[in-house]
Write a protein that binds this ligand. Structure first.
Ligand code: AMP
Ligand code: MG
Length: 419
């Protein structure tokens, strides 16, 4: 059994950043580009109307702009329409935002500048307008003004925000090379487990860890791959573990403590997974197992976790050990590897185990500069009721009974609701 800080240190040493991957544009949202995005088109792609109105020849307007000007409408151009018919002196085209400016025209007079009842003038009619502040070339988006084909529009290192995704999409990037989203295989072991949609019979337990770990992986920016349930038979677990080892990370739950059917450590060993640690001085979560599978030179190792089966233990171990591993694989900076640790003041008493530090669900509220920490009722490792509404975990060293007002350490959950 090792100390928690040592175990966390070992996780940090075991995980290393994944090489960048070519991925579908949308899958790379939030990732960092490893190669620039190069446009395959100009933007605007052609000279384009930026207002609804009339495409005119500036020469017909510029010296008479203070007067009412009358032009003949020779074409109607909606977005998507193209015209090769040139606009000659005295003519114009009715044009909608987004349509290509027809040959001969070089400015747009907005529909708001029309006079009389000519705003609705279509081809074959005449339009009258007054545009005292007319500028040559007004309201035309010039081809290539924003970016040019075959030039980079996003540099390596840029974060793919929604805006960057929009720009890359316009530039024709269906795929990008960006920091990898760790692929995380999730496996639940236990002959008692049944899928979530089943009503458990006597002796059966729903596989609640499956969706819980998948959600936690997704919240950390990983890509969950659900392998479902393996019964407590060596062949069944071994086959599923082999499948899971193809991913960047395997997170298994159950079968790592000291019971007769805790087969997992031996199976990991048989599959070539090297143990990094097993058992940590921690409550809940003592049986946790961590290892690595080396895949040869130049290949990042698979990081492997065996989390205790009890859901609260699984979640606490995920937050303490799996979260930093995923952050490191994803190439995040060190200050984003762990949940933030803060100091707060207990508003109800709390106590730890005699032999191990505890991490208990708590509410955290801000009282000015101070954090108030209220431990939530918790009946043990299988009890998710408090954790499900917790803002974080209050950490107490071994053998402590802390009264109201005592200064404590809390691990604050990232607010998952997107509020
Ligand atoms: P184990 O770690 O396999 O000894 O399991 C400890 C406890 O956790 C047992 O009561 C299991 O039934 C329960 N458990 C194991 N796996 C899961 C799971 N995937 N979902 C919910 N409970 C589980
Ligand atoms: Mg079990």
């Amino acid at each position: 059994m090792i100390e928690l800080t040592d175990a966390i240190g070992l996780v940090e040493q075991t995980a290393s950043p994944l090489p960048p991957r070519r991925q579908r544009l949308l899958d790379a949202a939030g990732r960092r580009l490893a190669e620039p995005v190069v446009a395959d088109v100009d933007s605007p792609p052609w000279d384009r109307a930026m207002m609804d109105g009339f495409a005119v020849r500036s020469a017909d307007v510029v010296d008479r702009a203070a007067d009412v000007i009358e032009l003949e409408v020779v074409a109607d151009l909606a977005a998507g329409d193209v015209s090769t018919q040139p606009i000659l002196a005295g003519g114009c085209a009715r044009i909608m935002t987004g349509a290509p400016i027809p040959p001969g025209a070089d400015a747009v007079v907005p529909v708001e500048s029309t006079v009389g009842d000519t705003a609705a003038a279509h081809a074959g009619r005449r339009v009258r307008f007054r545009e005292p502040r007319f500028r040559v070339g007004q309201h035309v988006g010039i081809r290539g003004a924003a970016f040019r084909a075959r030039t980079p529009v996003l540099p390596a290192g840029a974060i793919l925000t929604s805006a960057a995704i929009g720009l890359a999409a316009e530039a024709g990037a269906t795929h990008v090379v960006a920091t990898a989203r760790p692929r995380v295989a999730i496996l639940s072991t236990g002959s008692e487990l049944v899928p979530v949609d089943a009503v458990p019979a006597y002796g059966q337990t729903r596989n609640s860890n499956g969706p819980m770990i998948a959600a936690a992986v997704a919240a950390c920016g990983g890509e969950p791959i659900q392998l479902g349930i393996a019964v407590d038979r060596p062949e069944a677990i071994r086959a599923a573990v082999m499948q899971g080892l193809a991913a960047d990370v395997l997170v298994l739950s159950g079968g790592v403590s000291a019971g007769d059917l805790d087969l997992v450590p031996a199976i990991f060993a048989a599959c070539g997974v090297e143990r990094v640690f097993h058992k940590v001085r921690l409550k809940p979560g003592k049986p946790v197992w961590c290892g690595r599978l080396d895949r040869g030179p130049g290949q990042p190792p698979a990081v492997v976790f065996g989390l205790p089966g009890n859901p609260a233990s699984s979640l606490v171990c995920f937050e303490l050990f799996v979260r930093p591993a995923l952050a490191i694989l994803a190439g995040l900076p060190r200050d984003r590897w762990h949940l933030p640790r803060r100091r707060g003041v207990l508003t109800a008493e709390a106590k730890s185990a005699a032999d191990r530090p505890v991490y208990l669900p708590c509410r955290i509220t801000r009282a000015g500069a101070r954090l108030d920490v209220m431990p939530l009722p918790w009946t043990g490792s299988s009890d998710m009721v408090g954790l499900a509404v917790a803002d974080g975990l209050v950490a107490l060293p071994a053998g402590v009974k802390a009264d109201v007002g005592v200064d404590v350490e809390v691990l604050e959950f990232a607010s998952g609701a997107g509020e």
